[in-house]
Design a protein around this ligand. Structure first.
Ligand SMILES: C[S@@+](CC[C@H](N)C(=O)[O-])C[C@H]1O[C@@H](n2cnc3c(N)ncnc32)[C@H](O)[C@@H]1O
Length: 240
């Protein structure tokens, strides 16, 4: 059976996301700032990091800008996304990897480049069923160095349908500002019926924070939230 997340392997979907949706996300730059502030709480600079479901590498690129000496691994299963990532990071000394984190053995492909001081992920893990998300968080924990951060900038389940109404409204207005040659009705229809929407399996952020605590992550919290978008994170315990 073809999984719904396979939609991300389509050049059309990737193009639509990178040229329309990504730039329309509310307070996207603030989300990245929150991620960087969390990483900066470490005593040491980030030396090794992984951007999981990297897309065009926007999150990892921000990590690299702050820590230019860090070795970055950018992993995704979409060839068009990896091509966009290579183009964005051309000239930088980074590793791009094609892998599917929905498969249990994905961690083997990155283990050698670890352990990581930071694993960041943006709007990617919500394509997995909840049980797989939990297992994936455990796999991520194992790949972290002591004191290493996992920061997930994620699309999460709304607590009430009103949250979705407000989120959709902000997104449609923002995309419409970028694509003013289209009518608002067309933008609205395209956004609500976007091909990747069916691949979303959203889970509440509070529940996902509970899963992280159960695994052993510390300093777990939702550090930022706007409508259906959240930045939640946790750190691997450092017993040194
Ligand atoms: C919404 S895009 C976000 C891209 C980027 N992280 C960002 O913040 O802009 C989701 C990304 O997750 C990737 N992805 C989804 N499921 C995946 C999987 N099972 N394994 C690897 N990558 C996956 C997609 O190919 C896509 O690049």
């Amino acid at each position: 059976m073809k999984l719904k997340d396979e939609v991300w392997k389509s050049g059309k979907v990737v193009n639509q996301f990178l040229t329309g949706v990504r730039g329309a996300l509310p307070l996207a730059q603030t989300q990245i700032e929150v991620m960087l502030r969390l990483l900066a709480t470490r005593r040491q600079p980030v030396r090794r990091f992984l951007d999981l479901g990297c897309g065009n590498g926007v999150l990892g690129a921000a990590v690299l800008e702050k820590y230019p000496r860090a070795a970055g691994v950018f992993a995704d299963f979409s060839e068009p996304m990896l091509a966009a990532c290579r183009a964005k990071l051309a000239g930088k000394h980074v590793t791009t990897l094609s892998l599917d984190f929905g498969k249990r053995d994905w961690a083997k492909a990155v283990a050698e480049a670890g352990p990581f001081d930071a694993i960041v992920s943006g709007f990617a893990i919500h394509h997995q069923p909840d049980q797989r998300k939990r297992t994936l968080y455990r796999e991520i924990y194992r790949l972290l160095a002591p004191g290493g951060w996992f920061v997930n900038i994620e699309h999460v389940a709304p607590a009430t349908p009103l949250t979705t109404v407000l989120f959709d409204e902000v997104m449609i207005e923002s995309i419409h500002r970028q694509q003013s040659h289209l009518s608002r009705a067309v933008v609205s229809r395209q956004f609500v019926k976007r091909a990747d929407k069916a691949a979303n399996i959203l889970a509440p952020v509070e529940e996902q924070c509970r899963w992280l605590r159960k695994i052993g992550f510390t300093d777990v919290d939702c550090y930022f939230k706007i409508y259906e978008l959240a930045v939640f994170a946790g750190r691997k315990r450092d017993h040194r």
